[in-house]
Every structure is written in structure tokens, then in C-alpha cells.
Design a protein around this ligand. Sequence first.
Ligand code: MG
Length: 309
Amino acid sequence: MVRRDFLKTSIIAGTIAVCETPGALAQEQATENNGMPRLVPPAKPAELNLCLQYGAIPGAEMKEKLDFLEANGFASVETGGGDWLINNADALAKELEGRKLFVSAVCAGYKGDFASADQATRRLAVDSCKPLLEKAGMLKSCGLIVCPARRNVGMAFPELRDDFVKNTGRELAEHAVKFNTSIVLEPLQRSETMFLRLVADGAAIARDIGPGCTVMGDFWHMSKEENSFMGAFLSAGKLLSHVHIASLKGRQIPGVDGSADNYTDGFKGLKLLGYRGAVSLEGGFPKDSDRKQLILNMVKLLREQWIVA
Ligand code: MG
């Protein structure tokens, strides 16, 4: 055999030797799995932890409200921020003792504006968030919901993003870490802000800021902005810390908009992530409706959809 023929034979033989076994294995696996990608299940399976915002819970007193949650299949409560949190966090912590309920997110309630051109207004946003983060940490909450911008934005978008990542947002995230909590970025929809509309964008900002910053997804906003509920949640990965849910035609309690209220695609994403945070109602109630009954209907609907997702 001449040298050229020997090399040619060896190369072909070598190629076969290297590729044959994995190729055969891959083909076998593909047949087993109908050609679909294999997904690695999360170490701990996801949980559907249903949650109500404090103000939406039936009942007048704190105890009555928490009793309602426990008696009706809820795992969590989302609190308001602002003065309510400052004045009620200690009482809430005491009332939660011995219960299985956990506090999910604290819903905003800060002053100022991270997107203002005025430095003092941005400073106010940072300073007014800090005591709320301290209370959020004390309540073992995943964090304080923060929207970096609303409709009126005083800076160019690149400048605002840079300032939030390097200054305002980062200072708050570093403060949050000290209290074992986070700032939770909430993507909105274009009618509310053009700055942060996609869960993936929020996740990228959270990644750039680092520890102490997470992201959430709100089904209502996502229904207007995202191509896929599942894709959006997957893009957040481990940075996803909270979820809001509402009916998908009129932003009321899930179930009132009939077949439009289908969350299974999003629930698939949450299951793939092994998500164990809260799914919290942020929506209204039809006028003169039986709120308790609608809440029970929602619990049933979401549980059914979680099972089949
Ligand atoms: Mg929301």
C-alpha cells in the first residue's frame, strides 16, 4: 500500500472508530425519545404555591385573612410596600408564626423614580426602597418588586440601563443581600413603559447587577409582550423569583375570561425550572361578584392546569 492510500484508509477507519458508537447510541436514544431533546428534570420538582395580595384576601383582620389563605389552598401572601409594610411587618411576622404560609414578594410602594433625569429623585427611589428591603428580609420574602422605569423616562435607554446596573439598582441589590432578599425586577408592557417589557431583558439586567437582583413574570404583561410564556420563564432561569397572574382578557381573577385563561404553557416553563416561588393574583374582581367563590374557582382552575402542564 502506498503511503497516500494508507493515510486515506486510516482516516476513514479512524473516523468510523470515533463516530460509530456515539452515532449509534444517539440514534437509539433519538428513537426512544421520538427525536425530541432530552430534558434534565430539576433536582427538586416545581411546586404550585398559590398566593394572594394582602388587600385581595377576604376578611377584615390579619388573622382572619391568613386563616382564609390556609383554609383555601394558598401557600403564600404578597404584601404591600410603603408605610403599610413599615407599620405592619412585625405584626405580620408574629401572625405567621406556626403557620405554613410564606411571604412571597413585597409589592413596590417606594417613592422617587429610577428613570428621572433628576439625581435627587433617583436618590429618593434608592433611599425609600432600603427600609422596605429590610422588612422584606425580616419576613423572609424573595424581595421587593421594583420597576426601573414607567412612562416618563428622563434618560436615554442605554444611559438609564447603565445607571441602574452600576448605581441605583446595584446599590439596592447590595443592600438586599445583607438582608437575604432581593430587588425583583418586573417587566411591564409597552403602554406602561418601553424600557423593560420582556422577562429575558429583566433577567439580563439582574444578571449584570449580580447577587441581590432577581426578575419576575406577570402573565398579564407577558400576554401582551412575549411570544411564549414558557420561553419567557425559561429565559429567566434561576433568576425567576416571583409570578403574577390574572385573567387574560380583562386582568381580573383567572377563570372569569373563560377559555382565554389558559396558563399551561407558562406552567410548563415553571415546571422545567423547578420553580418553587409564588404564583400571585394581581387582578381585579367583576363588579358585585362573590369574591370568595371566584377565588375558590381560581384555585381549582390553576390546580387543574398545573397538573396537565
Ligand atoms: Mg404585576
